[in-house]
Design a protein around this ligand. Structure first.
Ligand SMILES: C[S@@+](CC[C@H](N)C(=O)[O-])C[C@H]1O[C@@H](n2cnc3c(N)ncnc32)[C@H](O)[C@@H]1O
Length: 228
C-alpha cells in the first residue's frame, strides 16, 4: 500500500487492488464480520436469481454468498478495471458479467436484481449522488428484493466524528505500527470518502421507495443495513 494518492477513484482502486483484502482487514474495523453479514443477514428463504455487486472490488461481498447461491447470475460493477479483472479470475466458473463504469452512469433497469450488495462502496458517493442512486437502485430491484449495505455510517460533520477518527487511527496503528497505513487511509478518506449517518440514509432510502430500513449488525458506526 503506497501513501501516494491517485488522481481519480478508478486509478486509486487499481493501485489498491494489489493486496486488497489484507489491507482492508488492517484498515477497516470489523471488515471480515461485515462481509460475513451479507450471508448471515440475508432474509431467510431468499433464493436470489440475479445479484448485483455494486462496487465489487475484488469480489469479497460476492464470495460471502456464492457458495450458497452457485447458480445465481452475478453482475460485478466497478469503476476499476483491475478490480474487475480479479473478480473475473476469482469467479471464472460463475454465471457472471462485468460492468466497468461509475455508478451514476449505469442503467439499473426495472425489476432486474433480487439482491444488490454494497460493501464499503456507497460511502464514496456524495449526498446528492446517493439520493439519486437509491431511487435508481430501488427501481432496479425486483419486488421483495433487498439492498444490503456494509459500511461506515457517520457524517464527517457529526459531533462524534473526531472520536471515530481517533479510535480508527488507534485501530490502524495497532495493526501497522509504522503508521504508513494510517497515513494512506487518512489521505484516501479525505480525498474520496463521503459517509453519511444512518438516519439521513434511512430517510433517503424511504424517499426512494424502500419500506423497511433496518440495521442487521453494528459496532459503533460500522454497520450492516438492509433496505427492502
Ligand atoms: C472499498 S472498495 C469495496 C470493495 C468490496 N465491495 C468490499 O466490500 O471489499 C470500493 C469499490 O467500489 C468502487 N467504487 C467506489 N465508488 C464507485 C463509483 N462511484 N462508481 C463505480 N465504482 C465505484 C471502487 O473502485 C472499489 O473497487
Amino acid at each position: 500500500m503506497s501513501s501516494k494518492i491517485q488522481d481519480n477513484l478508478s486509478s486509486e482502486f487499481d493501485a489498491f487492488s494489489v493486496n486488497y483484502t489484507e489491507d482492508m482487514i488492517d484498515v477497516v474495523p470489523h471488515y471480515e464480520q461485515l462481509i460475513q453479514c451479507f450471508n448471515d443477514y440475508l432474509p431467510s428463504g431468499s433464493n436470489p436469481q440475479k445479484i448485483l455487486d455494486l462496487g465489487a472490488g475484488n469480489g469479497n461481498s460476492t464470495a460471502a454468498l456464492i457458495r450458497r447461491f452457485p447458480d445465481a447470475h452475478y453482475t460485478f460493477l466497478d469503476a476499476s478495471p483491475e478490480m474487475l479483472d480479479i473478480c473475473e479470475q476469482r469467479f471464472s466458473g460463475a454465471n457472471s458479467e462485468r460492468i466497468q463504469s461509475y455508478f451514476s452512469d449505469v442503467d439499473y433497469g426495472i425489476d432486474q436484481y433480487d439482491v444488490i450488495l454494497a460493501g464499503f462502496s456507497l460511502h464514496h458517493c456524495k449526498a446528492d449522488e446517493k439520493r439519486r442512486l437509491f431511487k435508481r437502485l430501488k427501481r432496479g430491484l425486483t419486488s421483495g428484493g433487498v439492498l444490503a449495505m456494509s459500511d461506515l455510517f457517520i457524517s464527517k460533520s457529526d459531533k462524534a466524528h473526531p472520536q471515530l477518527l481517533a479510535d480508527w487511527e488507534q485501530f490502524i496503528r495497532t495493526n501497522d505500527p509504522s503508521g504508513e497505513k494510517w497515513l494512506w487511509l487518512k489521505e484516501h478518506y479525505d480525498a474520496f470518502d463521503s459517509p453519511h449517518n444512518f438516519e439521513s440514509q434511512k430517510e433517503w432510502l424511504m424517499e426512494a421507495g424502500f419500506s423497511s430500513v433496518e440495521i442487521g449488525w453494528r459496532e459503533g458506526y460500522w454497520m450492516h443495513v438492509l433496505a427492502r
